[in-house]
Design a protein around this ligand. Sequence first.
Ligand code: FE2
Length: 362
Amino acid sequence: MNSYSINGFDHCELYVSNAKQAAHYYRTALGFLPIAYSGLETGSRDRVSYVLKQNQVRFILTSPLENNSEIGTHIYTHGDGIKDVSFTVDNAEAAWEESTTRGAESILKPKLLTDDRGEAVVATIKAFGDTTHTFVQRNNYDGVFLPGYTVFEEDVLAEPTGLVHIDHVVGNQSDGEMESVCNFYEKVFGWHRFWSVDDKDITTEFSALRSTVMANDNETIKMPINEPADGLKKSQIQEFIDYYKSAGIQHVAMSTKDIIKTVTKLRKNSVEFLDVPKTYYESLTDRVGEIDEDIAVLKELGILVDKDNNGYMLQIFTKPIQDRPTLFYEIIQRRGSNSFGKGNFKALFESIESEQEKRGNL
Ligand code: FE2
């Protein structure tokens, strides 16, 4: 039992080479509203950050303003990617104290941030690779994000696409590292194993992986941890590791209450999604039974469906959102099901493999 509680995902912070241009994509393609900014104009001399929000999903896009910086080195090594997955907690100091006592490496000791809207406490520990977890405590803060940011001027570009909250965040590990990372989450946070899948379940000839989903007490946070498994050719997880150069965040799944509407808008905004093998929809009803959505529309949009004992879910995956084949996003609508889409893995991996093939990485 922890002396503090983790309430959910707070935000993800990406280190990117050009935050200004990346923010444009998050606004015009993904439909995020810029809510806060910090940079030279606010007294931040070494970095610039844009905070983007859609309902409960928040991203920070950060770029360095100086050379030889930790941020610049991160981008040089990994390309654009998620540096930090942060959690909202009721007590950041206790979260840091307890995690580090249980073996987590400290990156930032508890730090009090203040401005005229109140105060917040943040603290950071290392997760895996160069990825970190920040604890955010802002119960005494009523500003738009955190002290140190200014409110962003009104935005005319962003048109919301119906993304509601972060459903799960996935970490890719090097071969043989999954178990030790899962043990880390058990030991440091007291999380439990929610679900797992091994290479015997995931059978394409090529893209084998193993995955274990870690969850916090109230299961508001789910973090699948993947590692490559042996296949005939290169696992998609190995391709990620080869380009990210270490363990890191593979994808963030964002929920929607109407995936057909959301994906229609995203496609109109030129967001690229993985193609689905044409045969996928022929056997869909046999596999998942009757569903409310029109299968012809799902086929048109490339939306996948899976089910478990509690219901079904609909999901779709973007192509990588930067030039390196690393980070991508998932859009998910749950209709009762807690599944992570095992029934879709085969179709999905065939699609990923055809992309890997085009990149010469299979
Ligand atoms: Fe996912």
